[in-house]
Design a protein around this ligand. Structure first.
Ligand SMILES: Cc1cc2nc3c(=O)[nH]c(=O)nc-3n(C[C@H](O)[C@H](O)[C@H](O)COP(=O)(O)OP(=O)(O)OC[C@H]3O[C@@H](n4cnc5c(N)ncnc54)[C@H](O)[C@@H]3O)c2cc1C
Length: 418
């Protein structure tokens, strides 16, 4: 007689309706999970593609309906109880209950924390003229002031700051970017590549100011003034502060869940408390390739976490291992980054930097650790495989543009992982 397995009647509660949380809900159903799924998030919009905030949403090229992850009917059809506009204020891990801002409580068997991050803020007072960009409400407020002919100061020349600068130029605004480091993205990219990104700003008519040690950002009825410690000063109608994000760990930390640069998890995305998981931007995960812990802030990493946590919950667990990659659209270029490139890496350039058609492979201690490409997305896929398999390939072969990276990587896929 064949044994009939018991139906899974557990309730999984997911906090956060970003790609990690909503992805986990979908992945659970895909894995055949038959219990209850309750997906709760503070934002009042149904799940949407957050990267669009600085790109097609801000430029007005797409409406919110075009960037929703799924049609409104999807959640119900999948038996996912989506509750938007609802904030979780407290977790009681003993009674396995989460408490909501309206006073209600929801019991769980399994809890997934996918609370993402929030913008790092300057200590400056809040002002109508100073903006951050993390959610739809931020985007709408900024968009209403980003009108043709207006002037904008962008504090921070990272990926989001550069994208906002690019979109603002397209909208006909004058833009100044204030960057603390000598080059934009200089913590992420080797200088030879960061210089090419700096040149993109200049070509687009953005006034890029580097080495800016910002002392104050003040506002008046006329506009915003940024002052550097060396006495330099810039003014504009409004400012966007894009100086990174902080993981949203408050509720987890208050519940006694281990937190250290995000919610600490093991390779199965398990937190320090049994049956509580953390995924996405908020999760600090062991890095199986470089060692240590790594908290990614990329769309694809959050997606990969979502799939992995669903597998763990249904009993098909595998240690999480994925080489991250991300993209950025700015100044008419598609920039892709794989792995963990660093400022001090040795760089092997394939293609032509000056015509923005290249892949730069980053090596550290003789290993391929990352790559940056402009206009060559196929190479990025190949480099991810090269990082995963850490092959013994000579620098000459990597530098030889006649050797196709995709073919090199395909040859490795057939080999066992060492
Ligand atoms: C402007 C912008 C542009 C970006 N562009 C790119 C890009 O081009 N490429 C790329 O790879 N990545 C990009 N990213 C990063 C990418 O969007 C994030 O890595 C991804 O959204 C992380 O997903 P997440 O689900 O972990 O977190 P989030 O998307 O931050 O979602 C977390 C959700 O949890 C909710 N929440 C938090 N606390 C609570 C609580 N207590 N109760 C209820 N709900 C709560 C939040 O409201 C939020 O909705 C961009 C990010 C921004 C802000």
């Amino acid at each position: 007689m064949t044994a009939v397995s018991e139906p899974d009647t557990r309730t999984v509660v997911i906090v956060g309706t970003g790609i990690a949380g909503s992805g986990a809900a979908q992945a659970l159903r895909k894995e055949g999970f038959g219990g209850s799924i309750i997906l709760i998030g503070s934002e009042t919009e149904e799940p949407y593609r957050r990267p669009a905030l600085s790109k097609e949403l801000l430029s007005g090229k797409a409406s919110i309906d075009r960037v929703r992850l799924r049609p409104s009917t999807f959640w119900n059809e999948q038996g996912i109880d989506l509750r938007i506009g609802v904030t979780v204020t407290r977790i009681d891990t003993d009674s396995r209950t989460i408490h909501l801002a309206d006073g209600d409580g929801v019991d769980y068997d399994v809890l997934i924390l996918a609370t993402g991050g929030r913008s790092r803020r300057l200590t400056a007072e809040d002002s109508e003229r100073v903006h951050y960009l993390r959610d739809i409400a931020d985007m709408r407020r900024l968009q209403s002031q980003l009108i043709e002919g207006s002037s904008l100061l962008v504090v921070g020349g990272g990926l989001i700051g550069s994208e906002v600068a690019s979109t603002a130029r397209d909208l006909g605004c004058s833009v100044q970017v204030l960057e603390a480091q000598p080059l934009p993205l200089s913590r992420l990219l080797p200088p030879s590549i960061a210089e090419k990104i700096a040149a993109l700003h200049n070509l687009a008519g953005v006034a890029l100011q580097t080495g800016v040690d910002l002392e104050t950002l003040t506002t008046s009825v006329d506009g915003v003034t940024a002052r550097a410690r060396d006495g330099r000063e810039w003014t504009a109608d409004l400012a966007v502060v894009a100086i990174g994000s902080l993981p949203d760990t408050d509720v987890a930390a208050a519940a006694g869940i281990g937190v250290d640069n995000g919610i600490s998890v093991d390779r199965y995305l398990r937190t320090s408390v049994v049956d509580v998981y953390a995924i996405g931007d908020v999760a600090n995960v062991p890095n199986g390739f470089l060692g240590g812990m790594h908290r990614g802030e990329h769309w694809n990493t959050a997606q990969d976490h979502a799939v992995a946590v669903a597998k763990t919950i249904v009993g098909k667990e595998e240690p999480f291992e994925s080489v991250p990659w991300s993209w950025s659209n700015q100044f008419g270029r598609n920039i892709q980054v794989a792995g963990w490139p660093g400022a001090d890496d040795t760089v092997i350039v394939r293609g032509d930097l000056d015509s923005y058609d290249f892949t730069a492979i980053c090596m550290r201690d003789g290993n391929i650790v990352g790559a940056v490409s402009v206009g060559r997305p196929k190479d990025i896929r190949a480099v991810r495989t090269l990082i995963e398999r850490s092959p013994d390939i000579s620098v000459d072969v990597l530098a030889d543009s006649n050797r196709d990276l995709t073919e090199l990587a395909a040859g490795l896929v057939a080999l066992p992982v060492l």
